[in-house]
Design a protein around this ligand. Structure first.
Ligand code: PHE
Ligand code: NA
Length: 497
């Protein structure tokens, strides 16, 4: 059938694009602080175990589903299953929801890059404080709106140019550049005084509590759910992204090996991003504490001396307040590092965003192909971009909950605390907390008990003999469903607690 679905130019191009999808805000922004909040080491070990026994297996399975059917998420589930044919829709719904806030955060990164660039090139301009810059953005919905639109415009232009001409080409330049910039940031972070404290915070079991960064580590079930949700989001799983990217892959390519490389690269970048971000944030916090900085106590409303627990390592403030302060404190070279850092995050966000968009785009183009028509890619990309921009506008106007827009279900479930009145948190809870673990659970049930693992293993074998049959079968039958169930229950408990 002649249609314009597109395909990758080379296996390396595919790998860079898939790593680009995986490496995103999840690695640079949420991984470091979730690890810190969960007390470090146990989270890290669980994360790695889940990556191998669950992430790798689902990754290989999704790539195989896409390549076997030559379809994106909706088409692949339709072609493969009777009972689970609707799961594909879940896998299109989640990326659409995620894009609503991803585009806004991407826009923030753009704005911070421009901010630091202006500090760099305009003589005599003072570096802005993180809190001021962030407050300025949140309280000016128009600004966030414009930067979100700029971010979407870039994604639109890349997607429009097609799978190999746009997505692959962007990642071939963007990913190596990102790795280079990350290396620079790590050297800088580790050469700051007191950087060791940051490393201990991350890798020394129990240190975060002992030293007073956090009051108490969460329980095992909660750490497992956090690590699992993070692992899924970080590896771009259960969102149709890897099914879609797999559908553009040649029959001769080695799926198990590719899956292994993507999972490994994502874990390495998450760890390295932590090392680039956390020690710098902590080192700067310690300098502030020693210089006698004070904070407003939330409980008493009185001014008191700043402590280690006041260093903001969680939530959007890590990226947009704490780190901006780190760059400010570096003096003349600060804006240079700031520009490099926010550009790095921006590239990571763009390469993930185009993969999320591609899930929705492929769904439309597949339908045209099924009717024997040639789909109009530029028109579909424009439509999808506009729909996402409309959704992003709500999140941008909401200003992460500071502007008090209505968030559904808050009263119904009594979960005002869970979303902090924020559309971003609501959307991330719905997609990451519910739709992703549910999607992965259903996918593993379909593969294990309806299709049988053999159906996908045959596809995996096409790229050369790979001895993963026993491992794949046992994991997808027992380990994955059990893990997904625990993660789903843990996430729901977290949301509705
Ligand atoms: N993996 C990306 C990140 O870590 C997010 C993402 C999820 C991208 C799902 C595509 C699909 O930020
Ligand atoms: Na990731």
């Amino acid at each position: 059938m002649e249609h314009n679905r597109g395909s990758w130019g080379s296996n390396t191009g595919f790998l860079l694009a898939a790593i680009g999808s995986a490496v995103g805000l999840g690695n640079i922004w949420s991984f470091p602080y979730k690890m810190g909040r969960c007390g470090g080491f146990l989270f890290f070990i669980l994360y790695l175990l889940l990556s191998v026994f669950v992430g790798f297996v689902i990754m290989a399975g999704e790539l195989a589903m896409g390549r076997k059917t030559g379809r994106g998420a909706v088409g692949a589930y339709h072609a493969l299953s009777k009972r689970f044919r609707w799961v594909g829709w879940l896998a299109v719904f989640s990326p659409f929801v995620v894009m609503g806030f991803y585009a806004v955060l991407g826009g923030y990164c753009m704005e911070y890059m421009v901010l630091n660039l202006s500090h760099l090139v305009i003589p005599g301009m003072q570096s802005q404080r993180g809190a001021e810059a962030f407050q300025m953005m949140l309280s000016h919905p128009m600004r966030s709106l414009i930067s979100m639109l700029a971010f979407m415009a870039v994604c639109y232009l890349i997607s429009r140019s097609g799978v190999s001409g746009g997505i692959e080409r962007f990642n071939k330049v963007g990913m190596p550049a990102l790795f280079g910039m990350l290396a620079i940031m790590i050297v800088r972070s580790l050469s700051l005084p007191n950087a060791m404290e940051g490393l201990k915070f991350m890798f020394l079991p129990g240190y975060a509590v002992e030293a007073g960064f956090i009051q108490q580590a969460p329980g095992f079930a909660s750490i497992l759910a956090t690590a699992g949700g993070q692992m899924f989001f970080s590896l771009s799983l259960a969102m149709g992204a890897m099914i879609t990217y797999g559908s553009y892959l040649g029959k001769g390519e080695n799926l198990a090996k590719n899956a292994g490389i993507i999972v490994t690269a994502d874990a390495i970048v998450a760890t390295l991003a932590g090392v680039a971000v956390i020690p710098a944030a902590i080192a700067n916090g310690i300098v502030e504490i020693r210089s006698g900085a004070t904070v407003l106590d939330a409980a008493t409303g009185l001014e008191r001396a700043m402590t280690l627990a006041d260093i903001q390592l969680g939530g959007p403030s890590l990226l947009f307040v704490t780190l901006q302060d780190v760059f400010r404190s570096m003096g003349a070279i600060g804006p240079l590092f700031g520009t490099i850092f926010y550009l790095l995050v921006l590239i990571a966000a763009i390469s993930s965003a185009v993969s999320l968009m591609e899930v929705v785009i492929a769904c439309f183009l597949d339908r045209s192909a099924e009717r024997g028509k040639r789909g109009n890619r530029p028109a579909v990309v424009a439509l999808v971009s506009l729909a996402i921009a409309a959704e992003g506008a709500v999140v941008a106007a909401d200003g992460l909950g500071t502007n008090g827009l209505w968030v559904p279900f808050q009263k119904t479930f009594g979960v005002i605390g869970a979303f902090n009145g924020s559309w971003l948190e609501f959307m991330s809870a719905v997609s990451e907390g519910i739709a992703m673990p549910l999607g992965a659970l259903l996918m593993s049930l379909m593969v294990a008990w309806e299709l049988r693992p053999k159906a996908l293993l045959e596809e995996i074998h096409l790229g050369g003999s790979q001895k993963i049959d026993g491992f794949f079968t046992v994991c997808i039958r027992f380990v994955v469903p059990l893990a997904m169930l625990l993660i789903l229950v843990g996430q729901l408990d977290e949301i509705f607690h």
